[in-house]
Structures are given as C-alpha cells and as structure tokens.
Design a protein around this ligand. Sequence first.
Ligand SMILES: Cc1cc2nc3c(=O)[nH]c(=O)nc-3n(C[C@H](O)[C@H](O)[C@H](O)COP(=O)(O)OP(=O)(O)OC[C@H]3O[C@@H](n4cnc5c(N)ncnc54)[C@H](O)[C@@H]3O)c2cc1C
Ligand code: HEM
Length: 834
Amino acid sequence: MLPFRIVADILYGELNEEMIADLKDIVPLREVLFKQMINGGLTRFSLSRFLPTAANRGMTTFQTRWRAFNDRAYERARELGGFTKPVVSMYEAAHKGPVTFEHVLQTLDECLFANLDVTTGAMAWNIIFLAANEDYQGKLVKELALHSTTEGRRRYILNNSTLLASCISESARLRPAAAFSVPQSAPTTRVIDGYVIPAGTDIIIDAYSLNMRGDFWGLDADTYRPERFLEKSSVEQRYHYWRFGFGPRQCLGKYLADIVIRSLIIYFVENYKLRVYAHLHPHFTNDVGVAQPFTIAWSYYLATLAKLLFSGPGGPETRFWRLNSTPQEATRYRAFSWRKIRWAFALIANQRGVRWNHEVKNVHPPEARGKAHFLALQAWKIGNLQYAQLSFISVALGLSRPEDWPPPFGAITDVTTVRQFWGKYWHQQLRHMLTSYTDAFIDTVGIPRGTNWSSYTTLYLAFIFSGMFHALSQRQMPCPVDVTDSERVTGFFLFFVWQAAAITFEDFTQWCWKRVLVGNVEYLGEFAACRRYISLTLYRQLHKVLILDDQKPRNVWSHPTHIVSGWEGRQAEELRAAACAELSNTGLVDFEEGTATSVTRGESCFEITTEECMTFRGRKLLIATGKKNVFPDIPGFADNYPEKIFHCMFTFGYENRGAKLAGLLAEGALATPFHAKMVIGDTMKFAERVRVFTNGDSVLRAKMDAHIGLPGVTYEDRPITCIRRTASSLGLELDLEGGSSETIDFLVHQPRTEINILPLVKQLGLELDDRGDIKNTPPFYQTDHPGVFVAGDCATPFKIIPMAMFMGAQAGAGIARSIAGDGFLKAHSQQTIM
Ligand SMILES: Cc1cc2nc3c(=O)[nH]c(=O)nc-3n(C[C@H](O)[C@H](O)[C@H](O)COP(=O)(O)OP(=O)(O)OC[C@H]3O[C@@H](n4cnc5c(N)ncnc54)[C@H](O)[C@@H]3O)c2cc1C
Ligand code: HEM
C-alpha cells in the first residue's frame, strides 16, 4: 500500500484516521470491480451498463462513495491549505468548466488505484533483477556513496543519468507494466513511416516488440544490462522504449513514480543484501512447457512400463489387442512397420483400453457419432484438457476412432460415495496402469486374489502410488522459491491416502449396516441379467436372492425388442426396469451394482468379490453374465451396428422388408456355406438379392458359390475397407480394396462373442465349448462345478431373450431343488442324459 499512501498524501494532504478508514472501505469495492472487468464477459459491452448486473450495482456503489470521499477531501484540503493540493486545483478546474467532475474523478482514480498496481509491480521486478544480478547492488552502493549529503541525495534521486535510473529503466524495459498499451484512436489520418493510418483506427503498442525485439537494443536485448541507458541519449531512445506512454496522454505520475521507486531501491541496497534463494528449495525448471512432459505425462510412462513389464513372456503384442481386430493382432505386424507403430501409439494413448481387450469398467458411452462431429466437440475443449488434445490429434490423424475417446468423466449426480466418485465418476485413465502394478505386487507376495487382504492392499497401494506420482509431478512444476518441498508434496500425497481411508470407512459402515443392522443374510448368489427370471422362480420358493450386476447388457443399444411375448416393439431398458421393479416388490431380492472380479468357494458358500472391494456370500451361484460382441476390424462397422448391420434375422430385418440388395459378411460363424445358406434364406425374405462378401477370402468365395447355388445371390471377395452410410442415410456404402464401392440396403453379420468373466470361469474351473460358451447340463443348466448354474447368452448358442428367460426359470427351479436336497439334481440329470 506504500505507493497508494504516498500518492494519496500528495493529492489530498496528509490523510487523517477517518480518511484512511474510508479508503480502506472503498479499496475492496474497486478491487471487485476490477476483477469483474478483467474477467470480461458481459462487462465488455457498452450496452451492458443498462443491465441489472452485480457489476453495475457495484459500480454505482463505488462511484457514489468515491465522489463523496473526494468531495470531503476537497473541502478538507481547502480548509487546510488553500489551493496547494492537487485535489483542490482539479476540483476548481471542474467548477470553472475546462474539465468535468467525471474527468477529475477518473484521473484521481487512475492516480491512486492504477498507480498502485504498476508501481508495486515495477518495484518488485527491480528487486528481483537486482537480487539476480548482485554485482549491481555493489555498483549502486558505490554510486550512492558519492551523493551522501541531503542535498546531494535529493539531486541524485531526480537525476535521470545515474546507474540507479538506468537500473529502473532496464527493469521496466525487460518487464514492462503491461504487454500492450491501452488502445487509442487516431483522431485524423496519419502517415507514419510510409504507412497510412486512417482516422479512427485503434492503435495499440506491443511493448515487448518495441523494448526487446527490435534491432535498436542490440544482440543482448534480452539480458539485464542497465548501462545501455547510459550509452544512448533520451532522444535516441524515444520511440524505441515504451514505459509511461507517448504523447499528451502519457502517464501523469511518471516523475512521481520514479521518485518513489528510486527512494525505495536506495533504502533496499543500503540496508539489505538482495539474493535469489533458488538453491534453498531447488526445483527442476521455471518453464512450465519444459516441466509438462516430466509431470502430467507420468501416467503414460508408467502405463507403458507396466505393459512392458507385466504382459508375460510374449510381450504386449500377445496381451493387448483391439476388440474389432483378431486376437494378438500385433504379433503379425512387422517390427517398426507403420501398422505396428499405429497399434503401439493407439495402445499407449488409450489409457482406459476403450474397445481393447483390457477396457476398464465404468467407461461412459461416446457423446459424438462420426469423425467430424467428434473433432468439432473436442476442438472446443482442447484448450483445457490434455485428453481432448490427444484424442483430437489421434482421431484427426486416423490413428484411432471417435468411439475410442468417450467422455472422460461420468455424471456427478450419480455419485453417492467416495468409492463411486473414484470408481465411476472419475476418468479411470490410471485404473489399468495402477492395477497392473498392484496385481503384480499381490501376486509376488502371494496374497490370494479375491480376498479382503488383496482388495484393501490394492486400494491402499493404488492410492499411495497415485499420490506419490502426483506429488512428484507437482514437485517438478515451477513454483515460488519460498514454498518448501514438503509444502509442495505432503498435502498432495496425503490427499490420496485419505481417499483410501475414507473408502475403508465407508465400506466398514456399509458392512455394519448389512451385517449388524439388517442381519446376516445368506444369499443364493446370482449375478447378471436373466437373473430376473431365475429370481422369479426362486422368490416363489421363499429363497433370498442377491443380484450383482455392472449394468452392461449386450443389447445396450436403444432398439425395440422383438420376439419377446408381451413386449413386442418396446425398449429392452424398460424390460429390465420392469423386471427389477417386480423383484424388488417381493422383498426377497437385493440388488447390488458392481463387477465381480473373483469367486472363491468356502465350505458351505461361494464368496464373490467385486472390483469395488465388496464381498458377497451365497449358497448357490448362477452365472448369467452374457457375452460381449467382438466386431471385425473394418472402419465404420461399429458406427452402423445395429442400425444397419444385423446379427439376427428374427430380431432384425422385418422392418426392412422390400429391400433391393442386402449384403452378408461371411466371417466367423457365417464363414461356413451351411450356416451362411441358412441365414441367406432368412435374409431373402426381406431383400430381393443378397451379395456375399468373403472379405479377401477367394477360396471361401468359391466354396460358397459351389454350395449355396441360390438365384439372386452373388459374391464378392475383395476386402471391405470401410463402411459408410449412403448420402440418404437409408443404406450402406461398402468401400472395397482397389477403389470401387457397393451400395446395399443393410448388411448381415454375426459378430464373434467373448465371455465377460474369463478369470472367474478359470477360478471355478468351468469349461467352455468350442463357441466359447460355458458348458452345462440341461434342463437345469448346472455346470460341472457343484452349486454353479448358468443361464442366458454365456451358456447357449441361442442368444435371445426368450432363451435367457427359459434358462433362468429352469436354473431357478434347479437351484431350489438342489437346496432342498442335493441328490435330486444328480439323479435328475442322469435321467435326462439317459
Ligand atoms: C443389438 C441387439 C439387439 C437385440 N435384440 C433382441 C431382441 O429384439 N429380442 C431378443 O430376444 N434378443 C435380442 N438380443 C439378444 C439379447 O440382448 C440377449 O440374448 C440377452 O440380453 C441375453 O441376456 P443375458 O442375461 O444372458 O445377458 P446380458 O443381457 O448381456 O446381461 C449380462 C449382464 O451381466 C453383467 N455382467 C457381466 N460381467 C459381469 C461381472 N463380472 N460382474 C457383474 N455383472 C456382470 C452385464 O453388465 C450385464 O448386465 C439383441 C442383442 C443385441 C446385441
Ligand atoms: C512505474 C509506475 C507507473 C507506470 C509504469 C505507469 C504507466 C502508465 C502508462 C503506460 C499510462 C498510459 C499512457 C498512454 O496511454 O499513453 C499511464 C497513464 C496514467 N498514469 Fe501512470 N504509471 C505509473 C505510475 C503512476 C503514478 C504513480 C500515477 C499517479 C499520479 C500515475 C497516474 C497516471 C494517470 C492519471 C494516467 C492517465 C493519463 C491520461 O490518460 O491522460 N501513474 N501510466
């Protein structure tokens, strides 16, 4: 506040207590207004002054108080000393008319408030430059010694040709008060250096260009060398140096400002040794741009390292692949080939493994369809998020697709616990990397997976690890020298550890609620979707059921349901909701949201642990976890499934009857002439002709041609390079290798499916058949593992809802009977088999 008080005393005469108190009240009002002005937005428009905004209300209050203060100050200054104080002569000028009161109040405001910012800023830079160039302090002290008398010192301070004056000018040259001058309009047309500046043109001065980048200041223009001001006359310097402005509107306080700054520097160099204490708390760099790759990017380095360390003997190539590609795709790519580089880049950039075989849970659905829409969405986020930048570059260069970059964060409204905040809402970018390390630790020390020990070790290790690297990256960022290392990192680190502690506390509270207050419940343990049908059977036998689900059913697309009696044409989501409501009403069915990650079998029950570290026990276990689609690696396939690409001609096709030409992609299950012929028959009910695409397989094409022999069926063996909607959006355009393309009304293809819970299947020792479905024994669908039943897509080739319902109802009956007496099932299945 020193420059403020000095200028106030000069303007108004020495302030009394009442005036100081008054100003102290007014300053915060002015501060708030200034912030609102700098923030921009509405305040930038001249018409905004008529709006009922907080800024306008604040302005009115400030103006009223400012006027009242100055009126009182004027009266007092007159009483004290006639016309000597500037406030008096300014007010008198306004009374007489050459200027208005508005001019006077604006000028006084500028003198006090703007001066405070620029003068303290200038002082601070002078101190920093002197501290960084200690020899100049010595030189100044020597110069000062030559002017030690009061009169000598007074003349020295006013002299512009001293080293002191040069130091201050040099500091202002390198760090001007503002990067640009306030815009001013040329009142008439001017010609400057051959350039015509029309009247009314707004002009600003780029301070850095003038002060540093021009030829005038020589090759060492960016170094602190105050002597340069002694080498050139002020006339020479004119128009090569911007500090107090130019022309009639230049700074009113330029002489005063220099007197204040010079006096203060004299005080400092004579009484203190100024030094930069960077070596006390050294830090990596002062340049944020340089610090970035060593800070924020740590998660990418660690994730890459984890992939190299923990992928097993075959390396990352055998462990990671895209779901729409063939397993272990990268083993076929030549080292350093463009395809392999693209694969590696996509793997590193896609931290959550979206649409890869290691996709983490709780990734949110994409918000944009199509490349152009995606790029437009990311472009406006790019300024503030590394994720948006990386996704923009990857998709623009064609290294990945929009669907690989779903929004990083979920809906905050879904968060009710700390665990959910981190596990569902937060971006999940670090999940795969962190668990790679924690899993390796758990396996190395031999903690059995799926136990509380392993869950909480994972929880704490993950947060400690994350906290450690967040804190280390914080330590590498530029920061003020007076902030110690421990101030920078300790709080940061502890913040993360506290999260693990909070989650433990939450878990304990929930455990108490379930075990102590609700009672120790023995469930029948069941997880997944056709669970609803099994549960209907079970509640009628008075059995208690727990349904554990992570809410990612296979028909997650919003698409009307068919072939489900009583539900024709309605949404699958509604069907699920209605089934859940029915079950809730029974009072015997509990629902839990979570992903089962391990299952163990105790003496009398199964224990399921979830990724969220919850544990559930049940006497019997029904697995109804469905399967996930694995799309062929054809750009545009995922964009058009299931709207224009149909996997089943009973649930799709009818709505497209009367089509001219359908395509059939003969891959996977449809790559056998027998199966393909059957599905072509189904398709020809809705399309006049069918074109079979063997996607690069000419042998298959020949086989199909020979076996199918149906009129209206033609064949194409060139690989499909891209699938796009036609301009009308009603059909599909298939680009073929070699350049041509084919237009069809819709495409038929049955994507490969993969079991969702492979680790659990392994833990239970269950067997898969050659389609990858869990082996079981009808009619109750029990597996070889006693007490474990299966239902739905994961256990049948007939992957439709009625089948899932039927299996669920039957498995429910089997479970109820097996609880009554385990001998029953054995006898019954033997009977069935016979
Ligand atoms: C686009 C499309 C349209 C379809 N249309 C029809 C139709 O009209 N009519 C019809 O009859 N059929 C249709 N189907 C087939 C039908 O969707 C499936 O047959 C049915 O959903 C199978 O039910 P399910 O319970 O076996 O598996 P899903 O419905 O896939 O449910 C499995 C559940 O298990 C959960 N789960 C998986 N792993 C875990 C884990 N580790 N921990 C906890 N939970 C887990 C999943 O999140 C999911 O909620 C369609 C399928 C698709 C893809
Ligand atoms: C190191 C300190 C200061 C710097 C770098 C500085 C700089 C400037 C600059 C660049 C301008 C604009 C000139 C233009 O538009 O061409 C300005 C205007 C002004 N300054 Fe300063 N200033 C400082 C200190 C002060 C002080 C102490 C006062 C108090 C008397 C003051 C009062 C003013 C006023 C009233 C104007 C407006 C002049 C007008 O528009 O006619 N300044 N100053």
